[in-house]
Structure formats: C-alpha cells, structure tokens
Design a protein around this ligand. Structure first.
Ligand SMILES: Cc1ncc(C[n+]2csc(CCOP(=O)(O)OP(=O)(O)O)c2C)c(N)n1
Ligand code: SF4
Ligand SMILES: [Mg+2]
Length: 351
C-alpha cells in the first residue's frame, strides 16, 4: 500500500484560520516514511506554516525530485498542485512553471542527494536566477531512499552506520546559495518546529529565491554516534543566531524587543520579519560577515541555525527578464499570436 487516506471527520471545535480552514485542510494522506524520520516533522511544520498564513491550498504548487524527502509533498497540502519530477531536476520544472504562471506560490522540496549530488547544477542555476520560490532541502547527509550511501553534504570524517568514514569535503548548500545570490537563506533543524515554522512563513512571503536547509535525521541510516546529522549531534552542536517573528501586513505590530537586539525586515507586500538576535554580533544583512561567521562555526563542528541571510531587494527572475505580468494561460490568442507585423518588428530590432 503506498498511501493511507485520513478519516474525513472534522471535530467542530478544531481551530480555523482566517479562511475558515482547519489544519486538516493543509494535510495529505498518512505518511509511509520510517517512524521518527525528520522529514515527517518538516511536513508538519509546512502544514502549520501554510495554515497560519491562511493561504488557499489551490494557490500553491509543490514540486520535488526523487528521494524520501521528495516523496513528502504527498503528505502535506493535499489540495495543492503537485509535480514529482526526476531525480535532481525539480529546479528546471519549477522554473518553467514559475515563468508560465507567476501567480502561484512555489514550494520546491528536495533532499541533499537530490540537490547537492545529482542536482547540483540545477540547484545552482535556480538560485542565481532568483526564481521566486521557497526551496526546502531536507538534509540528512545520506541517500535515504537507496539505503544510506553518503551524500555530498556528509561531513568529512562522519561515520556511516557500518563504521566507514566519509573522506570527502562536504558541500554546504547555504554557503553555495550565498555566493550564487539567493536573497533569503536559513537553516533549521527538523527537531525544532518552533524555529522552523516562522522560517517557512517568512520564506513564503519573501520575493525571490529563498532556501531553507533543514537538518533532518534519517533514523534508518544516519542517526548513530559518529554521524554529524543525528538528533543527538545537532542538539548538542546547534548554534542559533536569531528567532523570527513574522507579521503579515494585516497584523498590528505590538511587541518591541530590547533596543539593539531586534531588526525589522520589510517584505514587498508590507509584511514584516522581526529578527530577534540571540547573538548580538550577528547581522543577517551583511553577506561577507555571514560567510565569515558560518565558516568559523563550521570549523568548530557547530550547526548554525536561524535566518542566516536576507536581502529584501524585490528582484526575481520575472523582474530581471521583464516578463508579462499575467500568467500565460490568462492571455488571449491575439496576445499570444500577435501576427506577422509584430514578428517583423521583433526581427528588425535584432538586426
Ligand atoms: C537519475 C537517477 N539516478 C539515481 C536514482 C536513484 N536514487 C533514488 S533516490 C536517490 C537519492 C536520494 O537521496 P536524497 O535526495 O538525499 O533523499 P533522501 O532519500 O535522503 O531523503 C537516488 C540516488 C534515481 N532515482 N534516478
Ligand atoms: S530511510 Fe531515512 S530518510 Fe527515508 S524514510 Fe526512513 S528515516 Fe526517513
Ligand atoms: Mg538525503
């Protein structure tokens, strides 16, 4: 059996959001992943984030590649558009969909194998093009679906379940996205839902390429002593730099943190991200300082989490390309096929 439907009964006292939907309206069928898999906790955080944002499910398009992580869109947002693509190829499918219909909210879901191994070329280009999306990597350091081989994000010296050591340098997708120009970059931990939900909410509201690298332990193949992607390791080495309060435009701003510790980032739709710094020396808008901070802490074996970098520039692929404002399926035949005279003028402009 590949999936189990959930019972349709709704208790009348279930909390509803601004649209009158319950959390259940953002769920999917029962997960068939291993009990305790970090990926299921990420699905729960995604459900919570979209429920709290009160986004109509039909406005979301969720796209993934191949892997246990890429299977998870089956288990959330069951009433949204979905496309399970080929291993490592989700970014090009998402880019095409986004170009055709900019009105949907795009959610890319991938694994460390899917994005850092076979799909690293596609990952690089979707980040550098600034495609407006939230891209979540469920990072367990292994190919979970194919029985636990090291992936390209496994740390050097990390041990496999059978004791073999990984000799290769890891690829840090956060560092890569920083150099490639992504404008919202965060790292979370599947075991910390309180931190992850606001990170997802703010990423969804951000205009441009948003990456959330979520350390998500694989309990079947990478949760033993010697692994740097286990629950125990991340809990012991988690260095949180800040916490987010995400406020949509309609909410009045009520809470003020102590001076110097709260930073406000305005979103293009008038919403705000309030960044409460834990480490007062951390400035999520200074790219060079962020890189130095991440590298210094990586060398100490620490996993830095929180909103790591944000640049509220409003730029995305559509603004860079000057594309038409309406989705292509909303254009009339006359607009799509303007005729020989229009073609002649385009050709003339290129001579
Ligand atoms: C083109 C291609 N090559 C290889 C595979 C085999 N394969 C399936 S999933 C996977 C790795 C998945 O790892 P990851 O993306 O980290 O997901 P996880 O299962 O760990 O969540 C591989 C190598 C495939 N399906 N297609
Ligand atoms: S094999 Fe690992 S990644 Fe896949 S479902 Fe099981 S615990 Fe999760
Ligand atoms: Mg993996």
């Amino acid at each position: 059996m590949t999936f189990l439907a959930k019972p349709k009964l709704h208790h009348p006292s279930l909390p509803t959001n601004a649209l009158g939907f319950t959390r259940r309206d953002y769920e999917g069928p029962v997960s068939t992943l291993c009990a305790g898999c970090g990926h299921d906790s990420i699905s729960a955080a995604i459900i919570q984030a979209f429920f709290e944002l009160a986004i109509p499910p039909h406005r979301v398009a969720k796209l993934s590649g191949i892997g246990c992580s890429s299977k998870t869109p089956t288990y959330f947002l069951g009433q949204s558009h979905g496309f399970n693509s080929v291993h490592g190829r989700m970014p090009s499918v998402l880019t095409g969909a986004n170009l055709a219909n900019r009105d949907l909210i795009y959610l890319g879901v991938s694994g460390d194998g899917d994005s850092a191994s076979i799909g690293i070329g596609q990952f690089a280009h979707i980040m550098r093009r600034g495609v407006n999306m939230t891209y979540i990597v469920e990072n367990n350091g292994v190919y979970g679906l194919t029985k636990g081989q090291f992936s390209a994000t496994a740390d050097k010296g990390s041990k496999s379940k059978r004791g073999a050591s990984n000799d290769d340098e890891p690829i840090d997708l956060v560092m890569l996205a920083l150099t490639l120009g992504a404008t919202y970059i965060a790292r979370g931990f599947s075991g910390d839902k309180a931190q992850l939900v606001p990170l997802i909410k703010a990423a969804v509201q951000h205009q441009g390429a948003a990456l959330i690298d979520v350390v998500s332990p694989c309990v079947a193949f990478n949760n033993h002593p010697g692994s740097t992607k286990s629950y125990d390791y991340v809990r012991a080495h988690n260095e949180t730099v800040n916490f987010l309060d995400f406020m949509p435009r309609r909410d009045a701003i009520t809470a003020e943190g102590p001076p110097g510790s709260v930073e406000t980032v305005m979103l293009h739709d008038g919403g705000q991200i309030r960044v409460r710094r834990v480490d007062d020396g951390y400035d999520a808008t200074d790219k060079v300082a962020v890189m130095a901070y991440l590298e210094a802490h990586r060398a100490k074996g620490e996993v830095v989490t929180g909103l790591l970098y944000v640049n509220e520039s409003d730029e995305d692929l559509h603004s860079a390309q000057g594309t038409v404002a309406r989705p292509l399926n909303a254009l009339s035949d006359a607009e799509l096929v303007p005729g020989a005279a229009a073609l002649e003028s385009v050709n003339a402009s290129l001579r």
